[in-house]
Design a protein around this ligand. Sequence first.
Ligand SMILES: C[S@@+](CC[C@H](N)C(=O)[O-])C[C@H]1O[C@@H](n2cnc3c(N)ncnc32)[C@H](O)[C@@H]1O
Length: 240
Amino acid sequence: MDKHRVEQSFDDAASAYDRHAVIQRVAARHLADRIQTRWPHLNRIVEIGCGTGNLTQWLAPAYPVADYLATDLAPGMLEACARRMGSRLRYAQVDGEQAECTGHDLVASSLAFQWFDDPVGAIRRLHAQHVRLGIATLVEGTFVEWKAAHARLGLDDGVLPFSSEADFQKLAQDLGATVDFETIQEPYPQAMDFVRAIKAIGAGTPRPGHRPAPLGKVLRQFPEGITVSYRVAYLLAPVS
Ligand SMILES: C[S@@+](CC[C@H](N)C(=O)[O-])C[C@H]1O[C@@H](n2cnc3c(N)ncnc32)[C@H](O)[C@@H]1O
């Protein structure tokens, strides 16, 4: 991934993000529930890719005396999160793919790892730092409707190369972790609304090497609007 471009795109989107991030709120809530049920007592938490605080808003209050470090690649996102969550938390600009988390009880992250060059490798690296992991990320099956429309037209879809469910099942087995999958769908009355929403949340950076497709041709495939699938993996790993 072009990390600078990803950072810039999310930075620019920080003020509009919450108006469009519907799926992200759902996934964050579902991850927070899983983490709280599994680990009711935690003292040092680091969150990767906190964005405007969709996961933070559930997780931080659940551990009211924990030291909570919220991190993100994009400074604008960190500022938005700090405005929402206030000064009880600490904030830092960190590339989560390089994060050093030794000494924390938990690394939590919702819908950020799909932006990494190697999400599975990053999870293995973090797990080797002897921390619990509670991670939700997108896997194959995400945007299948959009991808299929491009495939029918012989066009390059530009969608990120997501990890497969098999990758996550193997990872979970290796780490002694649990993983479960959920498809969350969002309907858009017009396909162009989907394109606008993706850009508005800062997630419009295409796969490296993508050749832009003629958008009009793709949009005409959806005269009745589009319902878009997000396939979410929830991985909970104990300390190694
Ligand atoms: C789709 S948003 C999710 C934000 C938030 N966790 C939520 O659930 O709404 C993805 C976030 O990951 C951040 N991000 C992308 N690549 C990152 C990286 N390498 N390290 C840390 N954060 C990253 C983006 O800046 C953005 O805030």
